[in-house]
Design a protein around this ligand. Structure first.
Ligand SMILES: Nc1ncnc2c1ncn2[C@@H]1O[C@H](COP(=O)(O)OP(=O)(O)O)[C@@H](O)[C@H]1O
Ligand SMILES: [Mg+2]
Length: 455
């Protein structure tokens, strides 16, 4: 067949889109087809007669597949780069002579520039996907954080929906409610939901001495006053740049500082102590208090203008006793949390849950959290029973049916009852005299009975 084609093979190979380069066993190019001109951007005549090593040196293509074939004595396939920054997948095939030595090397290539581009593109997309995955994880974490906040009751749902609506605005938020209702937790949540890049900086106005609040908040210039650090100090206001400044117990802020805070809110500028240069800041202000600021205004201890500035968005957090729907969830959640934290497997009995649901929780969620933590930690039994509860939570069981009948003697039942009555009285009254009066017995009788039952 080859004989029939004869010299016309060149015509055939010239018609191929693929470049074909043939070298002798020394790498001297003896033939190149028409496509080679396009692939390497050189006249055929410039290529033929050259040695591949030279062209490789000139980086017409790199590395040379013919050289690799000669060096290895085997067919080779590799990725080659051309002067035009094309990427070629080149194969060097061997034509042997009668003695099975290399006679010619036939090289041809395939343009994989696009494939390489695709690969780079896929890599980029993959890395972007990775970033998105990370971001997603971040948001899932946030949601987990979010789920720490129990809000099943309609009242809390309303609070949260207001929060969602104002989270990404600059509006100042005032959180009011009894101690332990979750004001600090909500302030943090508000910051997380605001997507502000800066930090959440909290300061409790009641726990810092009045003389220090100003320097804590605004910082000072080096040597601003005796005892000041020679380096000066950056105040919390500056640390909250692009973030959230949370002023807890704002009701305790001294009047002098109320004026400075008002200026800060209005102008977004402040001065470090001892500094005459005003500084600009950008932060979201959240304030919280458990006192009635309107009363403080009437008393003259809180500035009305500051109150108006602070309460642009006023969120009132209801006490836990008005959020029955949250109570059970909180109990379950806190038990789970502390079990996990301390490696315990405590459970609350139905009766215990019953008692806890009836208790008015004057200390709100903080009190609930403390009690559950203490129970999980200190009770030896796996099931926590009403008798394990602190006296003030356990309701007096006077009204409870006397299940002891049939198991205990009248004498024992009477004594049990006496113990309960005494415990109850002791909780209600501060002295044995008052207990005696309430129970209409003499004071020495009370003392004697307390001693008898080792109360
Ligand atoms: N809705 C809630 N869900 C879960 N934990 C809460 C909730 N509200 C408050 N807590 C927890 O109760 C404790 C007291 O809350 P905190 O925000 O400090 O109250 P406040 O600032 O109003 O005194 C914190 O440990 C807080 O995490
Ligand atoms: Mg707080």
């Amino acid at each position: 067949m080859g004989l029939e084609i004869g010299e016309r093979w060149k015509e055939i190979v010239d018609g191929l889109y693929t470049d074909v380069v043939i070298t002798d066993k020394h790498g001297n190019i003896v033939y190149a087809n028409d496509s080679t001109e396009y692939w390497f951007n050189m006249e055929k005549e410039e290529i033929i007669g050259n040695n591949v090593l030279e062209l490789e040196k000139k980086k017409v293509f790199y590395p040379s597949v013919a050289r690799m074939v000669i060096e290895s004595g085997q067919k080779q396939t590799l990725i080659q780069q051309t002067r035009q920054d094309k990427k070629l997948l080149v194969t060097g095939n061997i034509i042997y002579d009668d003695m099975q030595n290399i006679e010619y090397i036939v090289c041809y290539s395939q343009d994989i520039t696009e494939i390489e581009k695709m690969k780079a593109y896929v890599k980029k997309v993959e890395s972007e996907l990775e970033n998105i995955k990370k971001e997603l994880q971040h948001y899932q974490e946030l949601q987990k954080e979010d789920s720490r906040l129990i809000a099943k009751s309609p009242k809390m749902q309303r609070v949260l929906s207001i929060m969602d609506r104002v989270a990404d605005t600059d509006a100042t938020v005032l959180l009011t409610g009894e101690s332990g209702v979750g004001k600090s937790l909500l302030a943090e949540q508000l910051h997380i939901k605001s997507n502000r890049k800066g930090a959440f900086v909290a300061i409790n106005c009641s726990s810092i001495p009045e003389s220090l609040i100003e320097s804590e908040l605004f910082g000072y210039k080096p040597g601003a006053f005796t005892g000041a650090s020679p380096k000066g100090k950056v105040g919390l206001v500056e640390k909250a740049q692009n973030g959230t400044l949370f002023l807890d117990e704002i009701g305790e802020l001294p009047t002098k500082l109320q004026a400075k805070l008002l200026m800060l809110i209005q102008d977004k500028t402040f001065y470090r102590i001892g500094d005459s240069q005003p500084r600009e800041v950008n932060f979201r202000l959240v304030a919280a208090t458990n006192v009635n600021l309107e009363e403080r205004i009437k008393e003259g201890t809180f500035r009305e203008d500051l109150y108006f500035r602070l309460s642009v968005i006023h969120m009132m957090i209801p006490p836990l006793r008005e959020r029955q729907e949250d109570l059970l969830s909180l109990l379950m959640n806190m038990t789970k949390k502390f079990n996990k934290q301390y490696g315990r497997q405590k459970e609350l009995s139905h009766e215990t849950i019953d008692c806890l649901l009836r208790y008015p929780w004057p200390g709100n969620v903080r009190e609930l959290s403390n009690i559950v933590e203490r129970l999980v930690l200190t009770i030896e039994e796996d099931i926590i029973l009403p008798e394990h509860l602190p006296d003030n939570i356990r309701p007096t069981q006077l009204a409870a049916p006397f299940i002891e009948v049939g198991h205990k003697s009248l004498q024992e039942i009477m004594e049990d009852t006496e113990i309960r009555v005494l415990k109850d009285a002791r909780e209600k009254y501060t002295s044995t005299t008052k207990m005696a009066k309430a129970l209409n017995v003499s004071q020495p009788t009370i003392v004697r009975k307390l001693k008898k039952y080792k109360l």
